[in-house]
Design a protein around this ligand. Sequence first.
Ligand SMILES: Nc1ncnc2c1ncn2[C@@H]1O[C@H](COP(=O)(O)OP(=O)(O)O)[C@@H](O)[C@H]1O
Ligand SMILES: O=C(O)C1=C[C@@H](OP(=O)(O)O)[C@@H](O)[C@H](O)C1
Ligand SMILES: [Mg+2]
Length: 174
Amino acid sequence: MSPRAVVVGPPGSGKSTVGPMLAAALDVPFRDSDDDIVARTGRPIADIFAEDGEPAFRALEEEVVATGLEEHDGVLSLGGGAPLAPGTRARLAQHTVVFLNVGLAAGVQRTGLSTARPLLAGVNPRATFKTLLDARLPVYREVATVEIETDHRSPDEVVAAVLAALKPGQVRQQ
Ligand SMILES: Nc1ncnc2c1ncn2[C@@H]1O[C@H](COP(=O)(O)OP(=O)(O)O)[C@@H](O)[C@H]1O
Ligand SMILES: O=C(O)C1=C[C@@H](OP(=O)(O)O)[C@@H](O)[C@H](O)C1
Ligand SMILES: [Mg+2]
């Protein structure tokens, strides 16, 4: 079993919003690694960061993502930092990976009202977001089979763009 598509990208790119819509369009189940972490620990992501620290969160995330890649056969959306783990990047090389991209302005706007993302909770979320984008863009591009811009697209339009991009040439056969 293997996901039809794995969705990666920065916070606010729409992985958790577009992922279920893409799954519905493909008529397959949906899973989100952040939801899996919350279900497994019974704790919100922000509490795990605050109480256990980021390294503990990343270790748990890598395990949960590895399990999802092995046992889920629908659309699997990852948390924004999941591809930072070298082990996860190696596993993603076997999969169809959709990179939802978002620019600084839209990313800050979409994540600004939420306190659920501990990495962006500091005094200057815009600067933090820029540092995060600069560091991660090469990582997302390394693992992606397709890249979709989301800044000027509604979630429905993003789904349509992903479906159009998932032509046989971009799909890694298992
Ligand atoms: N293409 C889009 N256009 C406008 N708003 C969006 C788009 N995609 C997601 N959003 C909004 O941005 C916020 C973050 O989306 P979310 O799916 O949680 O992102 P991620 O899981 O990538 O961090 C949500 O409020 C969502 O409704
Ligand atoms: O970018 C990150 O490092 C994180 C992104 C979050 O997921 P989303 O990308 O779905 O917001 C969540 O996993 C956690 O707060 C860490
Ligand atoms: Mg998400």
